[in-house]
Design a protein around this ligand. Structure first.
Ligand SMILES: Nc1ncnc2c1ncn2[C@@H]1O[C@H](COP(=O)(O)OP(=O)(O)OP(=O)(O)O)[C@@H](O)[C@H]1O
Ligand SMILES: [Mg+2]
Length: 326
């Protein structure tokens, strides 16, 4: 198998908290993860879960209490590897009095793209992230969303093989989010591995091949979205039209919920068992016609809420790994 783009081994970080009496606080607890080259990987979790801590450890902005990590098959800290990765911090802060164009040209220079090459590269990236005429404006006049876009441009100025984005969608309006989604997919199509943290589960669902969910510093689930959510299909939604009110079944064990959508038009929520065919046959016999039948799948949001609020995170981990609860 090819070398993973990123791997962590029991990565752990304790912060020291308290003023008079210092005590350790475990922000990240033995995180072991592997990200395959070319993947878009989402690191998800509620506030304070340890996402930023993980990404900062990978960037060596902070150092682990124990455990280790590798980027592009090499231990952290190798300069040759740093040249091949990009990073967007959680709250990018730039020198206020530079223009976007100057800032990016400066970053291009740090990677050896000088003179005209640097300027062209900076300009192309600003186009790519949708900073147009504002490129000659000082950054202090930029909105949060615009700064976020500059941050993203900065993170990919060196055509990285691996990018690490901490909340790339934060501060962006729906159009901005759409642009960033498209950009992440472009990066992936170029063969770049993308690791990003997010609270926005829809973005993760749209972009990621795999995700990991952290809560209170622990990994509570990781895997492909299809594995995580498919086995959770939990019933059917049957929509019928042209049904006489008297033929509408009553809610019970066969029909969990009934919603009238319009005149003679109903949506029924059915459990997985018994199969929906019997009810469909009864309804069609009563003159209804079938509009749609769809499995009701658990969304990432359902999964997230269910698991992140669960009291015992270790039992969930077992459940996700396919083992039974004790
Ligand atoms: N420098 C620090 N000193 C003490 N505690 C810290 C420090 N940095 C982070 N923490 C704590 O570690 C935990 C994890 O924080 P982290 O910033 O990694 O969370 P996060 O998952 O990125 O959350 P968010 O979604 O809000 O960005 C939190 O409880 C936070 O208070
Ligand atoms: Mg964070």
């Amino acid at each position: 198998m090819s070398t993973p783009a990123l791997a962590t081994f029991d990565l752990t970080k304790d912060f020291s908290i308290g003023f008079w009496r210092k005590r350790p606080y475990r922000a990240l607890d033995r995180l072991t993860l592997e990200i395959t080259a070319g993947e878009v990987f989402g690191l998800l979790g509620p506030n304070g879960a340890g996402k930023t801590t993980t990404l900062k450890l990978l960037m060596q902005l902070i150092f682990p209490t124990s455990g280790r990590a590798e980027l592009l098959g090499r231990p952290l800290g190798e300069l040759s590897v740093k040249r091949r990765i990009g990073y967007l911090p959680e709250n990018p802060y730039f020198y206020d009095y530079l223009t976007a164009e100057e800032l990016l040209t400066y970053f291009a220079g740090l990677f050896g793209y000088t003179g005209r090459e640097g300027r062209t590269r900076a300009s192309r990236l600003l186009d790519q992230v949708g900073i147009g005429a504002e490129r000659r404006l000082q950054l202090r006049k930029f909105s949060k969303g615009m700064l976020q876009r500059v941050g993203i441009a900065q993170a990919i100025i060196n055509d990285p093989e691996l990018v690490i984005f901490d909340e790339p969608m934060s501060g962006l309006d729906p159009l901005g989010r759409r642009d960033v989604r498209a950009l992440v997919l472009q990066l992936r199509d170029r063969g770049c591995t993308v690791l990003f943290s997010s609270h926005v589960l829809g973005d993760a669902e749209a972009l990621c091949s795999r995700v990991a969910i952290l809560a209170r510093g622990r990994l509570i689930a990781d895997g492909s979205l299809s594995d995580m959510l498919a086995f959770k299909a939990r019933g059917w939604e049957l929509v019928v039209a042209g049904i006489d009110e008297r033929s509408v079944p009553v809610a019970g064990s066969r029909v969990r919920r009934i919603v009238q959508i319009g005149y003679g038009r109903y949506a029924f929520e059915l459990p997985l068992e018994p199969p929906p065919e019997q009810l469909m046959a009864e309804l069609t016999a009563a003159g209804a016609h079938l509009v749609s039948l769809n499995p009701i799948r658990e969304s990432l949001e359902d999964f997230f809420i269910e698991h992140v609020t669960a009291p015992d995170v270790t039992s969930i981990r077992r459940e996700v790994a396919g083992e039974s609860r004790p």
